[in-house]
Design a protein around this ligand. Structure first.
Ligand SMILES: [Zn+2]
Length: 218
């Protein structure tokens, strides 16, 4: 069977896939058998509890089966104060460096600000822009900076299809995020767009995983 890697999902682990489940709160839900990303999402920053949440996140993220920090980032369309978002995101960039784990980025209409903060603070951690749903120019810009993209349900959108058919194989992952699609359906769509076999696609993403997450050493 082809190995399906789901780099970002909000659903609990299922046996059809190798997945990284994202937790933005309730960090004590974490089970030792599965893989997680943990981070403070810009939507859910509560000034009253953020100090405590950050402390919990930092503690939990040191566990071996927490593979990444995130999703974290900036969102122009949410109600959280933007300055506070920047402060909390910056703290997570610095933390990811400290524990040398990749960052999974949530970005809505704030790419320039995210690039700036990463440039200032990101020294070590690989960076994945998840749920990519923007222009080809921006995709190329992200790749040129050495960052990686991740695609999910966006692959059923014609303009993203076109962009995805052209980007270099080293620079992407696939994900279900919080959508109703299965990772199998996302892989099938991705293989169709790139006109490659399911096995070829699977091997490519396995290589990307090893490189970005440095998993070969573990
Ligand atoms: Zn998500």
């Amino acid at each position: 069977m082809t190995l399906l890697i789901n780099i970002h999902t909000h659903r609990p682990h299922n046996n059809d896939e190798w997945s990284i489940q994202n937790l933005h709160a309730d960090f004590d839900q974490l089970k030792s058998l599965f893989n997680y990303s943990v981070g403070i999402h810009p939507w859910y920053i509560d000034p009253k509890t953020i100090k405590h949440e950050m402390l919990l996140m930092k503690t939990v993220s040191q566990q071996k089966n927490v593979l990444a920090i995130g999703e974290c980032g900036l969102d122009r369309l949410c109600n959280t104060d933007f300055k506070l978002q920047e402060k909390i995101f910056t703290e997570q960039i610095i933390w990811a460096n400290e524990i040398a784990k990749p960052l999974i980025i949530h970005c809505v209409r704030a790419h320039a600000e995210i690039f700036k903060l990463l440039k200032e603070h990101n020294r070590i951690s690989p960076v994945i822009f998840h749920g990519f749903n923007n222009s080809e120019e921006l995709a190329n810009n992200i790749i040129q900076k050495g960052y990686t993209l991740s695609f999910g349900k966006q692959l059923f959108n014609p303009s993203i299809e076109k962009l995805f058919s052209k980007i270099a194989g080293d620079y992407f992952f696939l994900e279900t995020d919080d959508s109703d699609y299965t990772i199998d359906a996302i892989y099938k769509q991705a293989a169709k767009i790139r006109n490659i076999s399911a096995d070829g696609l699977s091997l490519q993403i396995q290589q990307n995983l090893k490189r970005v997450f440095n998993l070969s050493k573990k």
